[in-house]
Write a new protein. Sequence first.
Length: 390
Amino acid sequence: MSSVGIGQRPTTRRQRAVKSLWIGIWLVYLSAPVSDLLHGGHSTGVRFLGWLGLVAFVAWYWALVFRTGRGETTRLVAGSLAVLAAQSTVLALTLGREWLVLFVYVSTASGAALPTRMARWAIVATSALMTTVALAVPGGHSYLAGLLVPALLGGAAMAGVRQLVRTTIELREARATVAQLAANEERLRLARDLHDLLGHSLSLITLKSELAGRMLPAHPEKAALQVADIEQVSRQALVDVREAVSGYRRPRLAGELAGAKVALTAAGITADLPTTATPTDIAEEAESALAWALREAVTNVVRHSGARRCTVEVLSRQTLEGPVLELSVEDDGTGEGSGGTPGNGLTGLTERLEKTGGSLEAGRTRQGFRLVARVPANPSPPSSDVGSGP
């Protein structure tokens, strides 16, 4: 990740720079205390102490917000916020109403650094303390209206954004866990199916091999029969394994639709996919060709299109050549990866679809790129030619 969210620790140089810049931008609102120090008519000693207090406040605030997410205890964060609140109180009471803006930073830091439940109370307490100090400072009540709302809203906004970032991270972790569990379940299913396919056959081959070995010296004819049975069983086991592997390798349209939604969502592309069940009145080869077309199209959208939205439709249509099942994938991207001269992926899809009697259309549109794959529906077995009468 090139950027880091609120409540996350920066781990790279770029993330540190981005977070430092983000924190530094909001320090512009300290112009009021700076102006007071420069033009407030304070003595040299007061100015020196004011600059010292302002630098200490900014350094403490910066360290607290920047290091948020590094595993500090809640007690340490609360103590740091108490120090910031105490600094704000002393500076506002001694130097004047212009320094009340420091409480806004205390409220914002509370929302950024504390857990959500504690942040709510800390924001309210900081606002209440600011109100009390404002009423005690000459002319402070005139600043109160302009600072109380930013203190409340700023702190609440930071707390909400931090919670949103945490929820997003938890969602990504949960999605990765689900994907891992699904992969583990698929491996277990494959192991279970292969055991069911080969367990009996291999046991039978082992048994017959032992029988053939015992019969070979005295009864070679019977041993030859056992060897013939071993050959038959092994050939049948090979056929079963090939069928099983072919079934695992053949993609299904429903599975590819689910995978397409995950891939598009992970790439930050809004996915508009059909929610109804896919039609089942097509041959397995035709469904497999459509599934391959969907996989190739979604891969191109994710890698090359730069799209923000992708729409997938699966429709049954009636044409002059008979009923067909049509898959269309359309995006609003501007990338060149899908357009122009057909690449190996589209060429391979065209060949695969033509073998099933289907077709492929792909090209740019006004909004982006569109791929349409068609395969015949309701396949009927070929009928033998019947000769006509003389």
